[in-house]
Design a protein around this ligand. Structure first.
Ligand code: BEZ
Ligand code: FE
Length: 291
């Protein structure tokens, strides 16, 4: 082996990290070393700067526990989560696109009947979402699972309130593919800013807000499940979503209505939002069916 110089160090390190029997791990480690070295060669950090980076990563790890994942947040704000999501969800045009799941999904939400409210006593403007679940040929998908989670009208998720079964619920589409969800409208909110990610964001001019959205996981046997959001059209943060989650087909009008009868049969005494959205699922490939 030749002795080390600044010029040959990257090649030496890549070569050493090629001695890995697992071909995928070999590919990953060779690329990681190549790109890390390129980063260091471009930035030329001082020892103090390199230590600051290691300290930031250390504190990011120390911030993580069962309820808080600061590394995922870091990946979200740098656009990496959405890139991984895009690479793994290259759907046919016309299928409802995916977005990041985010940290606030809680499994085993209560089930609600079509049109029943999942928002209980939560603050916010009533909101009724109607639509269908269909396949790419327009055929209705009955019995599809719609698992929703969102903030209340003050921008807080269940995890941020001392509540259980709050602002989340499971619905199923009817045999003709239709569904009706009764909730309250979410509002835009800030990502958690009290950790190393917030500390970094505060040294930038980047908005730390997410536009108002409702999360959906839509799934049916024989179809590729989709994890996505619906975003409120016109929200002030729609073009600057801190996690790059907004895709154009997911922006929907929240039509403001006056008192009167809503599609779930309820008589609204004040203003409410009427939202319509049709989810389009793509057939699962045989590999996905087996999974
Ligand atoms: C969310 O939408 O719940 C979310 C996504 C990424 C980071 C923080 C929050
Ligand atoms: Fe969210």
């Amino acid at each position: 082996m030749p002795y080390v110089t600044e010029a040959n160090l990257t090649d030496l390190a890549v070569e050493r990290w090629s001695d890995i029997p697992d071909p995928r791990l070999r590919q990953v480690m060779r690329a990681a070393i190549k790109h890390l070295h390129a980063f260091v060669r471009e930035v030329e950090p001082t020892p103090a700067e390199w230590f600051a980076a290691i300290d930031w990563l250390t504190r990011t790890g120390q911030m993580c526990d069962a309820k808080r994942q600061e590394f995922i947040l870091a990946s979200d704000v740098m656009g990496v989560s959405m890139l991984v999501d895009a690479i793994n969800n290259r759907l046919a045009s016309g299928a409802t696109p995916s977005t990041v799941e985010g940290p606030f999904h809680i499994p085993n939400s209560d089930e609600f009947a079509d049109g029943q409210s999942m928002s209980k006593d939560a603050p916010g403007i009533p909101c009724v979402i109607t639509g269908t679940v269909r396949d790419l040929d327009g055929k209705p998908v009955g019995g599809a699972l719609l698992d929703l989670w969102q903030t209340d009208g003050e921008g807080l998720y269940e995890a941020q309130r001392d509540r259980d079964q709050y602002m989340r619920g499971v619905y199923h589409s009817n045999p003709d593919g239709t569904f009706t969800v009764r909730t309250v409208a979410p509002i835009g909110y800030t990502i958690p800013m009290d950790g190393p990610v917030g500390e970094l964001m505060n040294r930038t001019n980047i908005s730390h807000m997410r536009p108002a959205h409702i999360h959906f996981h839509v799934a049916a046997p024989g179809y590729k499940p989709v994890i996505t959001h619906l975003f409120q059209k016109g929200d002030q943060y729609i073009e600057t979503d801190v996690v790059f989650g907004v895709k154009e087909p997911l922006i929907v009008e929240f039509h403001k209505k006056g008192p009167g009868k809503a599609p779930n049969g309820e008589t609204m005494s004040g203003p409410w939002y009427d939202v319509k959205y049709d989810f389009v699922l793509q057939k699962a490939t045989s590999a996905q069916k087996a999974a």
